[in-house]
Write a protein that binds this ligand. Structure first.
Ligand code: CP
Length: 311
């Protein structure tokens, strides 16, 4: 039985399979959901068990399971409405509810709780984000968005270009940054990664080491200088995760329309959402903005993940 706890659970053969299957689902939906004639997960039941708030992860997983013909039950506020409120442990909770379903998506307050849940689960467990730990399904969505835009992989791969990815925001506490960096470190087309954040949100050395071990050059700065943005192909912006410690004012490092316009014409601006002041709505009309498409890609990538684990 497989679980998806961190990016390390996706091997080299699985990644292209997931990307290609997600691409297929995206193409099918663009032709209209009514044409869907297959329900590969008919008869299967997914539980969504979320101990922290979510819009995209929970609802796109629930939509994905429904489109695949399966059913969903769950709680959007397990911290309040499950028996954890009465002191039940994560281990006991997942030992019990895994007996009711075929797969579980969980979101957890603390790092490591997804792994603890998986050890106690008798069905596949998907980590929908654990504290400052990992958010592997978001990273797969981000990877799908980047590789589709730049035609990485497959016959159309642009052979003569390496990409520069710049992370702007909470590079310390953001689990989406952590998982995406781990995934990108294995992507041969990524040559350069920059981390821009106020000192309190600076990336930890462990992630820099992972990139450098794969031959990817890195830089860390406190401000988004024009010379960095000028060479950036993918700008990945994140909010300050103020619920996890010190509060940092996102306006301190906000992207401006003027800076966004310095990016190459075919560059993209991404954000896992939700956003705060770091990504003003004035950027939405910029041709490089891809964050709503990125969020919508969540449906297709999560359909592929559910098929992989349950098909
Ligand atoms: N990106 C993301 O995980 O969004 P939600 O917190 O809304 O699920």
């Amino acid at each position: 039985m497989r679980h998806l706890i961190g990016i390390g659970d996706i091997d080299e053969r699985t990644l292209p399979d997931l990307m290609s299957r997600a691409g297929l689902w995206k193409a099918w939906r663009s032709r209209g959901a009514l044409e869907w004639s297959t329900e590969p997960l008919k008869g299967k039941l997914l539980i969504t068990d979320f101990y922290e708030p979510s819009t995209r992860t929970r609802l796109s997983f629930e939509a994905a399971m429904s489109y695949l013909g399966g059913r969903v039950i769950g709680t959007e506020n397990a911290a309040e409405f499950s028996s954890s409120k009465k002191g039940e442990s994560v281990a006991d909770n997942f030992r019990v509810i895994s007996g009711y379903c075929d797969c579980i998506v969980g979101r957890f307050k603390n790092d490591g709780e997804a792994a603890l849940a998986a050890v106690n689960s008798i069905v596949p467990l998907i980590n929908g984000g654990d504290g400052q730990g990992e958010h592997p399904t978001q990273a797969l969505i981000d990877y799908f968005t980047v590789t589709n835009h730049f035609n990485l992989g497959g016959e159309l791969a642009c052979a003569d270009r390496t990409l520069r990815v710049t992370f702007l925001g909470d590079n310390k506490r953001s689990r989406t940054v952590k998982s995406l960096v781990r995934l990108l470190s294995k992507e041969p087309k990524v040559g350069y990664v920059s981390f821009i954040s106020p000192p309190e949100l600076a990336v930890e050395n462990e992630l820099l080491d992972e990139l450098e071990d794969h031959g990817i050059m890195t830089t860390c700065r406190a401000h988004l200088h024009p010379n960095i943005i000028h060479g950036t192909d993918v700008l990945y912006v994140t909010r300050s995760q103020n619920e996890r410690g010190d509060t940092v004012d996102a306006a301190e490092y906000a992207l401006t329309p003027e800076l966004a316009d310095l990016m190459p014409d075919d560059a993209i601006i991404m954000h896992p959402l939700p956003r705060n002041l770091e990504l003003p709505t004035s950027i939405d009309s910029n041709k490089r903005a891809r964050y709503f498409e990125q969020a919508h890609n969540g449906l297709y990538v999560r359909m592929a993940i559910l098929e992989w684990l349950l098909g």
